[in-house]
Design a protein around this ligand. Structure first.
Ligand code: C2E
Ligand code: MG
Ligand code: MG
Ligand code: MG
Length: 292
């Protein structure tokens, strides 16, 4: 981009570049419209305890129900929402919706589970994030211990000093903090002891080829052992096979999330899974049908 090329360089905008800019403007307009007209929806992917086999939480994952394009995945609009600042109202909507939904499940009588919400860099850096989270917790009535906030290593390391203060302020609200996509970002192991985090989520790029790939197997084993020594819990992302599950259980990984158990599903389908008390068969690692 022009910015990356430095301030002193002239930029010549070609017709192709104009087209891209116009497309982004259209997209931005469409996103603002979508926010007002409730075209966004959260899907929830269950997180399963590897010892009990029970659903202990879910991750809220946003989708856009586009009137023409159908269900649009976050990878196709979150980056733009981030760059034009729309991620602030959108992220607030996600937080509020996830907290209200989780409270609704608890009020319906299901055993309480946590809900994990992804924070973007811009959201995290926003001055009033802590107040926003506090307001939403109060408004929803959700017990803070059932809200998990996910940040990435890169986000936290961008401004480590600010991050430490902010993470402590969030912890003081009583919420839980997770490092998402662990192992893929710009990271320093030093922050693991400085940041008041509770959970590491092993990125699915390390999970996909275990146990066959001995490098990945070694990395996953080391992450789990290190996390446990630091008194952190570990969630493996992207678990798709019985063999991956078995390996993770052998390594005492705490919980998993992945298509093997369930894809991210609409709220009513997650309620159905809770209602059925759907669980991992911890004896045989029996494959459960996904609900989507
Ligand atoms: P993430 O937070 O790491 O979420 C996990 C992603 O992995 C989800 O993709 C999920 O559908 C996918 N996944 C889960 N299990 C499996 C599996 O077994 N196999 C495979 N191949 N994939 C699996 P999704 O929903 O497309 O979200 C992608 C990313 O978009 C998320 O990665 C997160 O970084 C971002 N995102 C999603 N919702 C939000 C949101 O509300 N706010 C923000 N800021 N970012 C969000
Ligand atoms: Mg996440
Ligand atoms: Mg992740
Ligand atoms: Mg990710």
């Amino acid at each position: 981009s022009a910015k990356e090329n430095g301030r002193n360089n002239f930029q010549f905008y070609t017709p192709e570049m104009n087209e891209i800019i116009l497309e982004q403007l259209e997209m931005e307009k469409a996103m603002r419209h979508a926010l007002e007209h409730e075209e966004f929806v959260l899907h929830y992917q269950p997180q399963v305890d590897l010892v009990t086999g029970q659903i202990i939480g879910s991750e809220a994952l946003i989708r856009w129900m586009h009137p023409e394009r159908g269900l649009v995945p976050p990878s196709q609009f979150i980056p733009l929402a981030e760059s034009v600042g729309l991620i602030i109202p959108l992220g607030e909507w996600v937080l509020r919706t996830a907290c209200l939904q989780n409270k609704e499940w608890q009020d319906a009588g299901f055993p309480p589970i946590k809900v994990a919400v992804n924070l973007s860099a811009r959201q995290f850096e926003q001055a009033n994030l802590v107040d926003t989270v506090a307001d939403i917790l109060e408004e929803s009535g959700l017990d803070p211990q059932y809200l998990h906030l996910e940040i990435t290593e890169t986000l936290a390391m961008n401004n480590a000093n600010l991050a430490i203060d902010k993470l402590h302020a969030l912890k003081n609200l009583g919420v839980q903090l997770s490092i998402d996509d662990f192992g893929t970002g710009y990271s320093s192991l030093n922050y693991l002891k400085k940041f008041p985090i509770d959970t590491l989520k092993i990125d699915r790029s390390f999970v996909g080829d275990i146990p066959a790939d001995s490098d990945d197997a070694a990395i996953v084993t080391a992450i789990i052992a290190m996390a446990h020594n630091l008194k952190l819990t570990v969630v493996a992302e992207g678990v798709e096979t019985e063999a991956q599950l078995e390996f993770l259980r052998e390594q005492n990984c705490d919980a998993m999330q992945g298509f093997l158990f369930s894809r991210p599903v609409p709220a009513h389908q997650l309620a159905q899974l809770l209602y059925e008390k759907k669980s991992l068969d911890t004896e045989t690692y029996q494959h459960l049908p996904s609900s989507n």
